[in-house]
Ligand binder design. Structure first.
Ligand code: RIB
Ligand code: CA
Length: 308
């Protein structure tokens, strides 16, 4: 397991599961918060509440409240208006740090030079700004794992080829994909192949553990919405990306290719375009994960809920 994580996140139901996994299995240097699933006020408040629940001293750094260039729609219809299932939880007593997320990423990458695994499971606005502040960031970070994209065009947004994190801020994703020599990509299509059975999740959420109880409440709307849409399993993209970050050995298949982001297409803005046949002759920037060990993935999730 990696010793230290820095997590960029827009909590969000699946983000919450990933954050619980990170704290169950690794040391977390900080949470940098993005807008995305819902607005920044909610994503910051959700992060603070989750950390209070597990009594983790992890600092929370608020980031950008909007994408770099164009406004984007949130995903409150999936996660609830507050991003955590509208449970009306009592806000955390603790406060976020005064330092901006982008500055925190730059600073912590220097403090923990060569030791950080950076997990980006939100729109990439904060990371793009950090890269502009410190172009040497990729050389300071041991590994970058990104949850984002749809590598053969089967996305999850109104622009059907685009996945939410990339589609929310395509310019930020372009900055990151262009500047980072090699990152690990956990995309939406992989997520759809590694869902969790509802009965399995229900069994985990029955565990006598405050994490299971809190996640049961905050995920209730999302689980009901997912089942109502006829999806056979619960899709938890960020938990899958976190599992790959925590335990690289669970990866059972990967393809290293060049991936770029479409910025202008009327139908395709936000799509991740993979040069599968190497036609462009550009260096491969992405290790595209194509399969993981489902049993090991689920074991990491269950343990984070106190159900393992
Ligand atoms: O497309 C899935 C991604 O978008 C996940 O990170 C989820 O939390 C949402 O932000
Ligand atoms: Ca997310």
């Amino acid at each position: 397991m990696p010793t230290r994580l820095l997590i960029d996140t827009d909590p969000g139901v699946d983000d919450a599961l990933a954050i619980l996994m990170a704290h169950a299995h690794a040391d977390v240097a900080g949470l940098t918060i993005a807008a995305g699933n819902v607005g920044l006020v909610h994503t910051v408040g959700n992060a603070l509440k989750l950390l209070e629940l597990i009594d983790a001293p992890t600092p929370v750094f608020p980031g950008c409240a909007a994408p770099l260039v164009r406004a984007a729609d949130d995903a409150a219809f999936v996660h609830g208006a507050d991003g955590f299932g509208d449970t009306g939880y009592l806000p955390a007593a603790r406060r976020a740090a005064d330092e901006h997320a982008a500055l925190a990423i730059v600073r912590l990458a220097r403090v923990h030079e060569g030791a950080l695994t950076l997990v980006a499971m939100a729109p990439l606005t904060n990371l793009a700004l950090a890269l502009k502040l410190d172009p040497a960031l990729p050389q300071r970070v041991a590994r970058l794992v990104i949850m984002g994209g749809a590598v053969t065009g089967r996305g999850n947004t109104g622009r059907v080829a685009a996945e939410f994190n990339i589609a929310f801020d395509p310019e930020a994703a372009h900055v990151v994909f262009s500047a980072w020599p090699r990152f690990t990509l956990v995309d939406w299509e992989l997520t759809t192949r590694h869902g969790i059975a509802f009965a399995t999740m229900a069994r985990w959420l029955a565990a006598d553990d405050p994490r299971a109880r809190f996640f049961a409440a905050l995920s209730r709307k999302t689980r009901a919405w997912t089942e109502a849409r006829g999806r056979p399993r619960l899709l938890v993209a960020d938990a899958l990306a976190m599992a790959v970050a925590l335990a690289p050995e669970i990866v059972q298949g990967a393809e290293t290719r060049h991936v770029a982001v479409e910025l202008d297409g009327a139908l395709s803005r936000g799509a991740t375009v993979v040069d599968w046949d190497g036609r462009l002759g550009r260096p491969a920037n992405a290790e595209i994960v194509t399969a993981v060990d489902q049993v090991r993935f689920e074991a990491l999730v269950a343990a984070a809920l106190g159900a393992g």
